[in-house]
Ligand binder design. Structure first.
Ligand code: PEP
Ligand code: MG
Length: 945
């Protein structure tokens, strides 16, 4: 016979899978001698059996329950269903993972009409007894029998009105007795069934109700939202516990306490209690609870006992505990405990302090801080104490909160930002040419695009708050207005955006500073001591490089040179280069760019002294640097219209003359004067020239336009077609390096080629590099050492990794493009059109552009590394796609044996922590066995063979 029911003292307090979190902790607390009311646990196995049997309780279950109830009767000296001395119990759910409020609980089981009657007469406290009874009927009626709460609320409300009672506590015994009667009648009338009087029937129905609540909508939604899988929690246990009452007079109380302050992490006893009350009353807020420290005076004996419990719990669990207690007629009982939920700052503080107090090892401390916690600490946040209703919600693309005046174009953002104004750049979507606006904006908001849209990627890279795809906002940038519902937001209006939640607020909402406390620095130092995976940053400017270094990055894994091309002073020259008709003209533009790039590189190398800097040669298709066809057509039409209007205006004085109106005649000379000036402008043929120029640009833009630009003329393909661009960049890098080496600066340059699919491409670039290196070394009379590598972002490159590794020192996985290539999904289109549906239908579990697709892209990475290392065992391998900053993907990269991840500078601390956690989990796995279900990538590796 399977044993489904265990007394608290029989159960294994470590086995949360079988006994649920609450049950296991009750068992554990009983074992270590804490005052727990007697009780037992029905296992999760019984719950699974219930579902396997087509929702029928296992046949032996109720017999086992009866046996255990007998044991409770022995321990308490009370009898279940006995009218003179009844044993009352609570029935609570409890799965392996805490799912607060998602499943059902029933209190006071065991009361019926006879019990209530005899008890009232016996102890004279009828109010207490009837109050317990009406709570039972209501909870049981709702949870176990399925009658809507509103029936009970109406009866209770009317009864209160009738006697003029404000709170439930104002109700006297007679009214409570009437309420119990009305509750029972409502159940009979609405459900056609009686409220069961037999306590054994009550308990059986209650157990079934708890099992049923496991598959209730609330619980299923919760599990989906928090990604609780069946390996984490499968079925719920049921905890049956002797009732204890905190509402039996002034020597009774109930409360909730934390072993430390969950708001600050300070090592002080924290909690609240109410004298003569039940747990429900604390939640309902009928009376204001007192801080637990007040108990010191009011109930000194019990306070001392509670203090002891506090220390015992922390010492036992090595974790801050959140526990519930009740004092019944002077006796303290602990009803449950669980790990305390704390805000990020408190978690960091307690981690450090608990190591100091020898409650935790450094390793344990590192594992109890989640990457999400860390992220909360690194950005400005909306002050949690403010209660402002958001105006709309988009996708949270880059965390942090900021307020500022709305501007609708990048030029305005730059202009007003330079004047010191706080501005939020609001656009339908952004393009590379908006980059100067990003630099000056405090935050970015778009009404279109997903979390990997241009706005999202660039903002994350810069660590600026960003909300994208906020479709509730209609943006009319020509008329400079954004409309949400009835609100018209004009240029200059203030909004606040929260990139962590995606909320948009009207006006300024208070925010709080990020906290990079000494505690956090210590924790990150411990992480650095443990991790073996390197952490670099993606940084394109000296400012980003400095930030990367400050946040602990050990180099730059990706410097995108196109970001420099987009700077306001470069773009006209870049356009000159693209639009040049002859090689000579193109060379002239390139020559102008050379010193600019050289100076950029020098600044970045300088900031990163002693650390590697990977500079990627130009990647995007050239049209990204040109204005769009639509905007050019629009401008040309406007220019032509203005010219035409000017011509028409010249006839105005003649028209005035023929009208013979004296008042008009007076106007002829001044109007003629103005028109003469205008005519002079027209005669200069400025408009014609401009139109011609714009039309020429339009022709070129149309020429460079591609059907699929991201699969078209970009990356190394562009470099090979226009060698002068790559040659200039290589020269700029090597000259910058040579000049710094001459100055004694310790630098480690790395040149990286994007979009490579065959080693022939790399060999071509390598040949130019050798030529230029020869020239530079001769010019500076110095030897320039650097590494040469390639991005791996094309599927063919993965398959040809062997030959590629022969000509390179390193590979860097560009998993943004590699994911697109592997799935044949265009990122933007997928996120806009079908990915959310795919996730909802669980066709794909995650967005592969956020969380690395281990089964597909991960497998390609593994193959690439294996092939690459075969021909070049010294090959260094990193990742510089967005996934390099995603915790789950970082853990995978560690497992694959990558040398480093490269992510936005602001994610570097998260990557440092995650890399350490990955190492710790790996060590735990090696110590245990390969089958450890907690190890996330076992299946992947087994699958690979
Ligand atoms: C990538 O493809 O992962 C990458 C880093 O390059 P980009 O995002 O610039 O295309
Ligand atoms: Mg790429």
């Amino acid at each position: 016979m399977t044993k489904y029911v265990y007394l608290f003292e029989e159960a294994d307090g470590k086995n949360k899978q079988l006994f649920g979190g609450k049950g296991a902790n009750l068992a554990e607390m009983t074992r270590i001698g804490l005052p727990i009311p007697p009780g037992f646990i029905i296992t999760t196995e019984a719950c699974l059996e219930y579902y396997a049997n087509g929702k029928k309780l296992p046949t032996t279950l109720m017999t086992q329950v009866r046996d255990k109830i007998k044991e409770l009767e022995k321990k308490t000296g009370k009898l279940f269903g006995d009218p003179d001395n009844p044993l009352l119990v609570s029935v609570r759910s409890g799965a392996a993972m805490s799912m607060p409020g998602m499943m059902d609980t029933i209190l006071n089981l065991g009361i019926n009409d006879r019990v209530v009657d005899r008890l009232t007469r016996a102890n004279g406290n009828g109010r207490f007894v009837y109050d317990a009874y009406r709570r039972l009927i209501q909870l049981f009626g709702k949870v176990a029998m399925g009658l809507d709460d509103s029936y009970f609320d109406v009866i209770l409300g009317e009864a209160k009105k009738k006697v003029g009672a404000k709170f439930d506590t104002d109700l006297q015994v007679q009214t409570l007795e009437e309420i119990c009667g009305d509750f029972k009648r409502a159940i009979k009338k609405e459900l056609g069934r009686e409220f069961p009087q037999d306590p054994w029937t009550q308990i059986e129905i209650a157990i079934e109700a708890v099992f049923r609540s496991w598959m209730g909508k609330r619980a299923i939604d919760y599990r989906r939202e928090f990604k609780i899988t069946t390996d984490m929690a499968n079925g719920t246990a049921v905890n049956v516990c002797t009732m204890v009452f905190g509402n039996m007079g002034n020597d009774s109380a109930t409360g909730v306490a934390f072993t430390r302050d969950p708001g600050t992490g300070a090592n002080v006893f924290f909690g609240e209690y109410l004298v003569n009350a039940q747990g429900e009353d604390v939640v309902a807020g009928i009376r204001t609870p007192k801080p637990v420290l007040h108990m010191k005076r009011q109930m000194p004996k019990q306070y001392k006992e509670l203090e002891q419990v506090r220390h015992i719990l922390e010492k036992h669990y090595h974790e801050v505990q959140d526990f519930e207690f009740t004092i019944e007629r002077g006796t303290l009982y602990i009803l449950q405990t669980r790990n305390g939920k704390m805000n990020a700052a408190a978690r960091v503080k307690t981690s450090r302090e608990m190591v100091r107090e020898n409650l935790l090892t450094k390793e344990e401390a590192l594992l109890r801080i989640s990457p999400e916690h860390l992220e909360q600490l690194l950005h400005r946040r909306i002050d949690q104490n403010t209660r402002v209703k958001p105006l709309a919600q988009g996708l949270p693309a880059s965390p942090g909160a900021a307020h500022g005046k709305v501007v609708f174009d990048a030029d305005q953002a730059e202009r007003r930002g330079m004047l010191g104004e706080s501005v939020i750049l609001v656009r339908e979507e952004t393009k590379p040419e908006d980059i100067h606006g990003f630099f000056r904006a405090k935050a970015i908001l778009t009404s279109r695009g997903g979390k990997t849209s241009h706005a999202a990627v660039v903002a994350r890279g810069m660590g600026k708050p960003c909300v994208v795809g906020c479709e509730a906002i209609e943006i009319d940038d020509r008329n400079k207005v954004a409309i949400v519902d009835k609100h018209h937001i004009l240029e200059g209006d203030v909004v606040t955006i929260d990139g962590a939640t995606g909320y948009i607020y009207l006006g300024e909402v208070p925010t709080v500073e990020p906290e990079f406390s000494p505690d956090l620095k210590t924790i990150l130092r411990w992480a650095d001591e443990i991790r073996t995976l390197g952490v670099r940053a993606n940084a394109d400017t000296p400012k980003d490089a400095a930030m990367a270094r400050k946040l602990g990055a050990e180099g730059i894994g990706l410097c995108r040179t196109e970001r420099m091309f987009n700077a306001a002073d470069r773009l006209p020259i870049v356009r000159e280069m693209i639009l040049a008709d002859t090689t000579q003209e193109r060379q002239q533009a390139v020559d102008k760019l050379l010193p600019m790039q050289k100076s950029d590189f020098k600044k970045i190398f300088n900031k990163m002294q002693g650390l590697p800097v990977t500079i990627r040669l130009l990647d995007p298709p050239l049209h990204e640097f040109l204005p769009s066809v639509e905007s050019l057509v629009w401008e040309i039409e406007r220019l032509k219209e203005v010219k035409k209007s000017l011509e028409q205006m010249e006839t105005i004085p003649d028209s005035f003359k023929v009208l013979l109106e004296p008042s008009l005649q007076e106007l002829v000379p001044p109007v003629a004067h103005v028109l003469k000036e205008l005519s002079a402008i027209r005669e200069k043929e400025l408009f014609d020239e401009l139109v011609e120029k714009k039309e020429e640009i339009l022709r070129k833009v149309r020429e460079t336009a591609e059907v699929n630009p991201m699969l078209g003329h970009r990356g190394v393909r562009l470099g090979i077609k226009h060698p002068e661009i790559y040659k200039m960049q290589i020269q700029a890098i090597l000259e910058a390096a040579a000049e710094l080496i001459k100055d004694g600066v310790d630098i480690q340059p790395e040149i990286m080629v994007p979009q490579v699919c065959t080693s022939q491409e790399l060999k071509q670039v390598h040949k130019w590099m050798d030529e230029i290196r020869g020239i530079v070394e001769k010019k500076y009379d110095i030897c320039v050492l650097f590494r040469f590598g390639t991005m791996i972002e094309v599927v063919r490159a993965c398959m040809r990794a062997g030959p590629l590794a022969e000509v390179t020192d390193f590979f860097s996985f560009g998993t943004n493009d590699l994911t697109q290539a592997t799935f044949s999904f265009s990122r933007e289109d997928a996120e806009k059109k079908f990915l959310p549906l795919y996730n909802e239908m669980q066709i794909l579990m995650d967005n592969p552009f956020e969380i690395l697709d281990i089964k597909g892209v991960g497998r390609l990475m593994k193959i690439t590394i294996d092939y690459g290392k075969k021909t070049n065992p010294k090959l260094k391998v990193g990742i510089c796609g967005e996934h390099g900053g995603n915790p789950r993907s970082i853990e995978f990269c560690h497992t694959l044996g990558l040398d480093y991840v490269s992510c936005s500078p602001y994610r570097a601390p998260v990557a440092r922590l995650t890399a350490a956690q990955a190492k710790l989990r790996e060590m735990a796995r090696d110590k245990a066995d390969l089958e450890n279900p907690d190890y996330p990538f076992n299946v992947f590796f087994q699958d690979l063979g």
